[in-house]
Design a protein around this ligand. Structure first.
Ligand code: SAM
Ligand code: SF4
Length: 328
């Protein structure tokens, strides 16, 4: 290995890898996945945990510091705890986080923490049981607040909650979510819906612009700009209500761009490195790894193709895959 950091043609150094460990999910969120599911990848095409660790071990000497496990729903892949344990042992890896719908956190939060997981982002689009079922389209007897408390009790920190705001579906719960931050050290981030994948037509009508979300947040109490949680802030703007232990934030992929400071790349479940969530540019690491070829030239090839900004900004939304397929 050269010891040189991985920098793309626009001077952005890459230290953050999002790893999709599965394309499958126990939910079928209306904006993410069709009710019938997607054509799932055959098992032989999915990276084994050993292969994921081998890729991370080759990227770490080039500057990779932070990892997020995502999917699909990562907690439905068996033995996720063992993957976290193996990633923790890779020298140079400083931070491991997990994106999850939270269903399995009551039993998994503590073992994951013990294995070396640092923190979580939990998706929660409603606090009401009937609405959770209506959005997720699976009835799994799940209470998001119980899962969040399990994560907190296990020592995972910071705890971030991602709420996709859907007009006419859950936009009246913005205040309820925001009020959680007054009682708990949780960081609630409201995400502007992205019309992607097969659900484009369905989702456009539900987009709630961030300005409107901020209005609803201001009607709860005065919003004071804040630095947000200490680690991994990424593309969110944060605020805090006076005296609150948690913060509220907004993520605005549709109306603003973060591309200039983007420091992340993605590894799909079938071992392709994607340098932009919305681009089509992918480099196949899996086949090279299975053939015993070195990966560094492929990392560099991938970064050379990292676009300056994402296709959504140019409104070229035609070819986008669902976020569950690219590890959103
Ligand atoms: N299953 C995990 C979860 O739900 O957190 C991880 C994967 S999920 C694809 C990652 C994130 O993408 C979730 O926070 C989800 O809400 C978000 N997401 C999926 N489709 C989206 C869309 N069309 N617009 C905005 N966010 C979306
Ligand atoms: Fe599953 Fe997450 Fe997509 Fe919902 S957003 S369907 S939980 S992958």
């Amino acid at each position: 290995m050269s010891g040189v950091t991985l920098t793309d043609q626009f001077g952005r150094s890459i230290e953050y890898l999002r790893i999709s460990v599965t394309d499958r999910c126990n939910f079928r969120c209306t904006y993410c996945m069709p009710l019938a599911g997607l054509p799932w990848l055959p098992k032989a095409e999915i990276l084994s945990y050993e292969e994921i660790v081998a890729i991370v071990a080759q990227l770490a000497p080039l500057g990779l510091r932070r990892i997020r496990l995502t999917g699909g729903e990562p907690t439905i892949r068996p033995q996720l705890v063992s993957l976290v344990q193996q990633l923790r042992a890779v020298p140079g890896v400083e931070d491991i986080s997990l994106s999850t719908n939270g269903v399995r956190l009551p039993e998994l939060a503590q073992p994951l923490r013990d294995a070396g997981l640092d923190r979580i982002n939990m998706s929660a689009d409603s606090l009401r049981a009937d609405r959770i079922v209506a959005i997720a389209r699976k009835s799994l007897a799940f209470d998001p607040v119980v899962s969040l408390k399990a994560a907190e009790a296990a020592g995972l920190s910071p705890i971030k909650i991602n709420v996709v705001v859907l007009r006419g579906v859950n936009d009246d719960e913005v205040g309820d979510f925001a009020r959680l931050t007054r009682d708990h050290p949780w960081h609630v981030r409201f995400i502007e819906l992205m019309p992607v994948g097969d659900m484009r037509e369905l989702t456009w009508e539900h987009v709630v612009p961030t300005a409107e979300i901020l209005d609803r947040l201001s009607s709860v109490d005065v919003l004071v700009p804040d630095d947000g949680p200490s680690r991994g802030n990424g593309p969110a703007a944060y605020y805090r209500y006076a005296g609150a232990p948690g913060t509220v934030g907004v993520i605005t992929p549709m109306t603003h761009t973060y591309c200039g400071t983007c420091n992340r790349v993605r590894l799909t479940a079938d071992g392709r490195l994607r340098t932009c969530l919305f681009g089509d540019h992918e480099v196949n690491l899996r086949d090279a790894l299975r053939a015993g070829r070195p990966l560094e030239p492929l990392f560099r090839e991938a970064l050379a193709g990292k676009p300056k900004e994402h296709a959504l900004l140019q409104m070229q939304v035609g070819g986008l895959r669902a976020l569950s397929q690219v590890g959103g």
